[in-house]
Design a protein around this ligand. Structure first.
Ligand code: UD1
Length: 375
């Protein structure tokens, strides 16, 4: 087999845990002679949102950082495209690997497709069917452009079939996030995050919020904060605050509202291992993140998702996740149910076994054996 030249794209926090196991699994294929290059778009650039993940996930330092940073949807996507086009012209990869649904994923898929470079999309086929989310646009367009559609769950295969994707391109590999979770759990045991925060394992709830629909509008965010203040009278809450949310809380003067309640702790985002340690021994997780719905399902931790829909329905159908929306009248009874020990039990979905990246590597190897782009 001739050597294969693969370019991996990462940009935002949830990409790092998906690409790390994939790069390692490809490296480990004995039959594949491979050159792997890692490009960071710079969509997330704060040390707490990016650097610490490379260390925690044993992800190699990026070969190239495009340094794109923040901007509107179009600015961010466009700047990544312009910078990446030059990289592709120079390096002429045989395959580009991109994961998830962030703006960096979409930009990478658009540039690669137009340059004639095949794209492998890790975490393909997920759909919220909510077109107001920028991520939904990113998912659908990326899948339309990708050559290898690597799915985490059977619902993703069904979505792709409904959209008319060629079945030969679709491969149910399982969830690569869970590979990183398995790899990180042992190391997370050495974390001192609980002592640092002065909280006892199983004695707190973990909160994350960053979706524009939840944090950009004060009519939505203010009632959510009131719910958190109410829950905090029963249980300490740890809330690592995403930069987008931090900005909004300050603009809306909501940080002041929280300050007097010592049981609701607003802290900076954590690295991967500290965050895993926090999830793994939380009584309850309240979130609007996609990845955290999966991590709680894999760990059997009760999760209440503050959204009306999810692109990860398997976490609610099979796992511990419950969609509670944003209405305090729905959220509070669910919180009480979990705290009284009557929370929903769940199972771990098929192929969320820590070996999904091996299956990704296998698919890539088989594709390359069949002639790669000429297959
Ligand atoms: C992005 C993804 C989202 C993912 C999330 C995880 C898109 C459309 N959205 O949302 O799917 O769940 O990442 O975190 O790609 N900021 C900083 N420092 C950083 C990064 C961001 O201050 O390191 C600020 C930016 O200036 C901006 C805001 O946070 O104002 C949002 O960043 P952006 O990357 O546009 O989107 P996210 O909300 O992080």
């Amino acid at each position: 087999m001739s050597p294969i030249n693969i370019l991996h794209i990462v940009g935002a926090r949830p990409n790092f845990m998906k690409i790390a196991p994939v790069m390692r699994a490809i490296e480990a294929r004995s039959e594949l002679v491979v050159t792997q290059m890692l490009v960071h778009t710079g969509q997330h650039y704060d040390a707490t949102m990016s650097d610490v993940f490379f260390r925690d996930l044993r992800l190699p330092k990026p070969d190239l950082d495009l340094g794109v940073g923040s901007g509107s949807q179009a600015e961010q996507t466009g700047q990544i495209m312009v910078a990446l086009e030059r990289v592709i012209e120079e390096r002429r990869p045989d395959l580009m690997v991109a994961a998830g649904d962030v703006n960096s994923t979409l930009a990478a898929a658009l540039v690669a497709a137009k340059a004639g470079v095949p794209v492998a999309h890790v975490e393909s086929g997920l759909r919220s069917n909510d077109w107001t989310m920028p991520e939904e646009v990113n998912r659908v367009v990326t899948d339309r452009l990708a050559t290898l559609l690597l799915t985490p769950s059977p619902d993703a295969n069904a979505n792709l079939a409904r959209e008319g994707a060629d079945p030969a391109r679709v491969h149910f590999v399982g969830n690569v996030m869970i590979d990183s979770l398995h790899a990180g759990l042992a190391a997370a045991k050495a974390s001192h995050v609980h002592e640092m925060l002065g909280i006892a394992p199983n004695g707190y709830a973990l909160i994350t919020l960053h979706r524009p629909a939840n944090v950009d509008d004060p009519r939505v965010l203010a009632p959510i904060i009131e719910v958190l203040l109410e829950v905090a009278s029963d249980l300490p809450l740890v809330f690592p605050v995403h930069p987008r949310t931090r900005k909004r809380l300050d603009e809306m003067h909501l940080a002041n509202r929280v300050q007097p309640q010592k049981n609701l702790r607003l802290v900076d985002p954590f690295g991967y291992l500290d965050f895993l340690a926090l999830i793994a021994s939380a009584r309850l997780v309240l979130t609007d993140s996609g990845g955290i719905q999966e991590e709680t399902t894999a760990l059997g931790i009760p999760c209440l998702t503050l959204r009306e829909n999810t692109e990860r329905p398997i976490t609610a159908e099979v796992g511990t996740n419950v969609l509670v929306g944003r209405d305090p009248a729905r959220i509070l009874p669910e919180v009480k149910r979990v705290l009284s020990g009557r929370g929903k039990a769940g199972r771990v979905p098929e192929k969320w076994d820590g070996r999904a990246a091996e299956r990704v590597a296998e698919v890539i190897e088989q594709w390359w054996k069949r002639g790669g782009p000429r297959a």
